[in-house]
Design a protein around this ligand. Structure first.
Ligand code: HEM
Length: 220
């Protein structure tokens, strides 16, 4: 007769649980691709008429090979960036995803988590964002809206002259567009560093799920 000793049996494999909704994942990766094209081609366009005299981006870092090519890529990627972004914004508000994933925003919690992050002691639970992430994600979404609005004013300064006037005219809108782009690039540099430091966050953003023991409250 055989007996089954429970202490010798393997625990059942942890179940995979949903972390990132499909629409958020599609938005995220399409957005990353569109931003790469927009920033790379935008730097080439900037180089043709620099706002800050003496400052140009190295041509090797740009996309489009020449001004005309860069403009075509910028305007083509613009539609991908804007339509994809609008779908994410509407979904985020209507489904409650933004509220669940990014709120509340508590300055004390942010300072506590920021101090922990600087000391490399901020724990990361798959499926919920810490206060530093929440603020950074809201910040980059606002910068994305800002780069779009200022881009409209630079693209069609006559049709959107009121918008351009709010930013101090065409030249002012160019500066706002540049600053918003800089904020997005700064975010991406920090974002990629954090993903490299906590690589277990990458798979759920690709696949949508994580093992039960890693997961703490999925986002929807
Ligand atoms: C190849 C480049 C990128 C990688 C590898 C990457 C990776 C990730 C990962 C792993 C997460 C989930 C973090 C977690 O669960 O704690 C995430 C979330 C996020 N990322 Fe990225 N990311 C990239 C590019 C970008 C870009 C270009 C932006 C915007 C400018 C961006 C904005 C966001 C936002 C807003 C979220 C939160 C999404 C939500 O829950 O609604 N990412 N990213």
């Amino acid at each position: 007769m055989t007996t089954t000793d429970m202490s010798e049996t393997k625990p059942p494999p942890a179940k995979f649980k949903p972390v990132h909704p499909r629409l958020v994942r599609y938005w995220h990766w399409i957005n990353a691709f569109a931003i790469l094209l927009m920033v790379g081609s935008g730097w080439r366009i900037y180089n043709a008429s620099p706002i800050f005299k003496g400052f140009r981006f190295p041509n090797d870092w740009t996309i489009g090979a020449w001004l005309g090519g860069a403009l075509q890529i910028h305007f083509a990627a613009m539609w991908l960036f804007v339509i994809n972004g609008l779908v994410y914004l509407i979904y985020g508000v209507v489904s409650g995803h933004f509220r669940r994933a990014f709120l509340p925003l508590d300055p004390r919690e942010f300072l506590r988590d920021f101090a922990l992050a600087l000391r490399g002691k901020l724990p990361h639970h798959i499926g919920s964002y810490n206060a530093v992430q929440r603020l950074f994600y809201i910040g980059v979404i606002l910068a994305i809206v800002g780069v779009f609005v200022s881009g409209l004013a630079v693209w069609k300064p006559v049709q959107f002259q009121t918008l351009a006037a709010l930013m101090g005219g065409y030249e002012g809108a160019r500066i706002v567009h540049f600053l918003m782009m800089s904020a997005i690039v700064a975010f991406v540099l920090v974002h990629l560093t954090l993903v490299a430091l906590v690589p277990k966050t990458l798979w759920p953003m690709l696949w949508g799920r994580a093992r039960g023991e890693d997961e703490e409250g999925g986002q929807s």
